[in-house]
Ligand binder design. Sequence first.
Ligand code: ADP
Ligand code: MG
Length: 605
Amino acid sequence: MRDIIKLLPDSVANQIAAGEVIQRPASVVKELVENSVDAGSTEISIVIRDSGRTLVQVEDNGFGMSETDARLSFERHATSKITSAHDLFHITTKGFRGEALASIAAVAMVELRTKREEDEAGTLIEINGSHIERQEPCPMHTGTVFSVKNLFYNIPARRKFLKSDNTELRHIITEFQRVVLAHPSIKFSLTHNNEEIYKLPSANSRQRIAGVFGKQYNQTLVEVNTSTTIVDITGYIGKPESARRTPGEQFFFINNRYIRHPYLHRAVMEAFQGILSVDAVPSYFLFLTADPATIDVNIHPTKTEVKFEDERSVWQIILAAVRESLGRFNVVPSLDFGPESAMEIPILPTGIERPTVPEPEIDPTFNPFDQGEYSRPKTNWDFPQNYENTRNWESLYSVSARSGESQQQERAENMAVENRRRFFQVKNRYILCPVISGIMMIDQRRAHERILYEKFLTSLGDGPKPVQVSMFPIEVELTPGDMVILREIDDDLLKMGFNVEQEKNNRVIIKGHPADSRNPNPLEMLFSLIAEYKITLNDPSIGARERVAMAMAKASAVAYGMALTQTEMEEMFDQLFACSMPNFSPAGKPVMNILTLDELDKRFS
Ligand code: ADP
Ligand code: MG
């Protein structure tokens, strides 16, 4: 029988490897910029055309390469950074696998110019789809320029798969931010289609953060500085009052490498516990330094995931460090929203057992998103996974499960009482209303989010909504990253009644906001809208329209702490029950609950 196993030609093997490392133009930016950092550069400029589809160019003033190294750099597993497996435990550079350039060259047309200080002339190499087209001496300054053109030109399927220009640019900016924050002393610039998006001078860490996210950041940052035998932590946390209801800027770096670490994120959240409004997420920029031997960065192709030898201790240290900073800087807790307790139980005389608050029986198999029309909530930290298997949303109308028929009957009865209904607002947070079966409790903010969400969704389909024209238009400067997001959604915003016009130099003017909005501050509304939008960006289960409607609803819904009149509560109640899915907020959180008569009776027995 004939032998059937063949070695793949290098060009094919490289294309396969490229799939892991190079997923989109942003990956090219990341890999090239990291190489420039590893080469000891003090200045790195990035030029992008068409969101990286036609050109990603990275120029540095690092130590360059010899003629031979330039040629070798495109070979797989060619690296100057490690020589043995042993070195994997002492990695201090960003790269080490020697895969990136080979992968890029396999799926694009690459031109490299490079020169070392000691060489007279530089080297020029052109390589298309792993095939060397040209190699010759060239005039060049000390350093390296990589020009990556026509990414995925030889893999049409891949090229088609790329998202809209705006989306790809946003990914590029995200990667850019991660590297520049980790290396504040390096000068960086980023230019897209001849427009300069960022120009960052050499700076310290705090200045760099302000350079990337806006000057206003400076006042909100509190320093963190802790040294232990396991890990050193420096950096900044945002003051609690500046925390948004939605994740904004959260960054962990380990040995100057950006990492995602949901587990350690929870340590920061824990430190802030009790001093943040419900749902708020603080910003943080935490730089961890640890012995490379105690960290494994080799668990993921893009190296954004790492494993610590002693993760629990690192968790504890982060918790303590952040807490200490909050205390040391005497950061005053914002007391707007206390802990969850909705109804205060009067203090009982000693000796009498405190009654336990009854747990409403919620059908755990309920799935509000089963109908397919609505987006599944982002798997947020507090969204119970088991909602996934749920079925019948009507069951929530009556808290304990009942037969379908009596359920209908009870619902009708509830509605009847509503004709003589009265509303009470508790802590300017919950709306209470007696119904036949007991007391209905509604979370005012979530209810309003649901109402607005459905309205906005409709107007996205049907066309323009009434705009409340501002008497005094507000002008503000956005960060380049946020500007890209705004361009992505501004047409939709206008349809929903939010009129934001773009000026030069990342400035925008808010000329009108939706008439339905209960957010008194259009500027705050714009910021939280963008922040909300960002959160759901990486959740593919949320459609584009749902995403923008959800962000608008969150940004314009009535806040906790806002007093409502009888009429307003009544209106909200009616509008809520006119919704197609009144039981859940757009993010999938419960909007209402009923404290049943049975439960009330039990308390008095
Ligand atoms: P890795 O970074 O994992 O070593 P790469 O494929 O990214 O692998 O790069 C291969 C090699 O090319 C590097 O190890 C380095 O020696 C060289 N190189 C790449 N980019 C540069 C640069 N901008 N300046 C100097 N040398 C570079
Ligand atoms: Mg590299």
